[in-house]
Design a protein around this ligand. Structure first.
Ligand SMILES: [Zn+2]
Length: 454
């Protein structure tokens, strides 16, 4: 139940502590409020709240926040971060650490001075240059191969668009992480009407600290109003009262940001591979995007139905592999034991899966361009001709890219795909190309023709 009251011309709302299961019970209190038209101030509690700045970005946190703040996919954020790294503007992106070592700390003042001219947070950078740094994000023990993502001393003045957005997230987070804590005065006022208690919370920022970097624009988690000064025992008048009807919310649908968090918590993938795992779900048409939400497709649901009870879908197992691999790396586990266990496991899952009959939808079949008699059948990892003598096979995985059914169909029916973006060369460079068949039905890259310069 919500009640609106006021003091000295400042009106504010308070919500009942008790949640009413039944409408009748709420109506009784509502009647009482409307009759009395007053509330008594039962208590006023003030306390100082300190909020330390967030830690620096690791890849997963950067991907999560770029998704929730700017709607970027995990894959897009990774490729921009990779590009910024290759341009020597930010540090190595495929990191799982949110800390820097103490020797890097020595450079931080220099990096901060490089941001004095920044239009968004230049003022904060200048202020931070004249104060002590917050050392929360400095810990030699919490770094493995790479430290958290930070900027370099090189000027990023040439950036624009999405590249600039990611760069400024990284630069801004660096300023936040080394800034002082934010100090707020939080007030809780409790108002009573009979036995029913209403509560309201307000807060005033005493020292903005790290929240000054983005001027708090992106934080709406504590939407609190300034409260007027009231004293215990005081009587306030009721301006308005109403019963709020709320239905119990179902679990919310995953966004890429929340999915990345869940993957991290359940030990699925590594910071470097999570984006690729999500992209594979899209490429195989198991999941589709609807605005920021991720929804399973019919195909995804039918695959899920088949594998959900099978060993291959056991999340705990894949997570434990990651652990075992680190143990082998540290010499705490014998590699051969692990290999033997996996041989047994592979036999088990293969047997399980061979016993499954999968209804393959006819939609994605098309004639084989090579033998012209067989049908191409689509599987999760390949598309293959039904004629065993022909044996034409198209692998979905091509230079770190997963081909979709549509792209493979284009290749089979027209001999060529439209330009596909984001292939990775052996050297890790990203490139765009069409795929085509050569005379032997091997897949080759076909590069978009450069317009000739005049
Ligand atoms: Zn064929």
């Amino acid at each position: 139940m919500k009640v609106q009251t006021e003091k000295a011309g400042v009106s504010f709302a308070a919500i009942s502590k008790e949640k009413f299961e039944q409408r009748d019970a709420a109506d009784v209190i509502l009647g009482l409020l409307q009759e009395q038209k007053t509330l008594c101030v039962q208590s006023v509690e003030k306390k100082e709240v300190n909020q330390e700045p967030p830690l620096l970005y690791d890849l997963t946190t950067l991907q999560k926040e770029a998704n929730s703040k700017h709607g970027f996919s995990a894959d897009k954020t990774l490729s921009i971060a990779q590009k910024l790294y290759e341009a020597k503007l930010t540090t190595y992106p495929r990191t799982g650490s949110r800390y820097i070592p103490s020797d890097v700390l020595a450079e931080i003042y220099i990096l901060i001075s490089g941001l004095w001219d920044n239009t968004v947070f230049g003022k904060q950078a200048l202020a931070l240059s004249n104060s002590n740094l917050n050392l929360r994000s400095v810990d030699d023990k919490k770094i493995t191969d790479h430290h958290a993502i930070i900027i370099t001393e090189n000027s990023a003045s040439g950036l624009s668009g999405d590249d600039k957005t990611i760069y400024e997230m990284i630069a801004g987070r660096m300023l936040e992480a080394f800034s002082k804590k934010c100090v707020k005065d939080a007030t809780t006022i409790r108002l009573a009407c009979g036995d029913t208690i209403f509560e309201t919370k307000g807060s005033v920022i005493k020292q903005a600290g790290w929240r000054a970097v983005f001027d708090d624009r992106e934080e709406n988690e504590d939407e609190v109003e300034k409260l007027p000064t009231v004293i215990e025992g005081e009587t306030l008048s009721v301006l308005q009262s109403e019963v709020l009807e709320k239905q119990t919310k179902p679990k919310s649908i995953h966004t890429e940001s929340s999915l990345l968090g869940t993957m991290e918590d359940s030990g699925i993938g590594t910071p470097a591979t999570r984006a690729a795992i999500i992209e594979t779900l899209f490429a195989r048409d198991y999941v589709r995007r609807e605005k920021k939400s991720l929804l399973p497709t019919d195909k995804g649901l039918s695959v899920y139905e088949i594998v959900k009870d099978k060993r291959i879908a056991d999340v705990a197992l894949t997570g434990s592999w990651e652990n075992t691999l680190s143990q082998i790396e540290a010499g705490e586990m014998d590699a051969d034991t692990f290999r033997q266990a996996n041989e047994i496991y592979t036999r088990q899952i293969t047997a399980e899966l061979l016993n499954v009959s999968i209804a393959i939808s006819g939609e994605n079949e098309c004639a084989c361009p090579k033998c012209k008699t067989g049908k191409m059948i689509f599987y999760p990892k390949v598309a293959k001709c039904s004629e065993t003598n022909c044996g034409l096979i198209v692998f979905r995985n091509k230079s770190e890219k997963q081909l979709s059914d549509k792209q493979i169909t284009d290749l089979l029916t027209t001999g060529k795909t439209p330009v596909i973006k984001g292939f990775k060369s052996k050297g890790g460079k990203s490139f765009d190309a069409s795929l085509a068949f050569d005379a032997d039905y091997k897949i080759v890259f076909d590069f978009p023709e450069k317009k000739e310069k005049k």
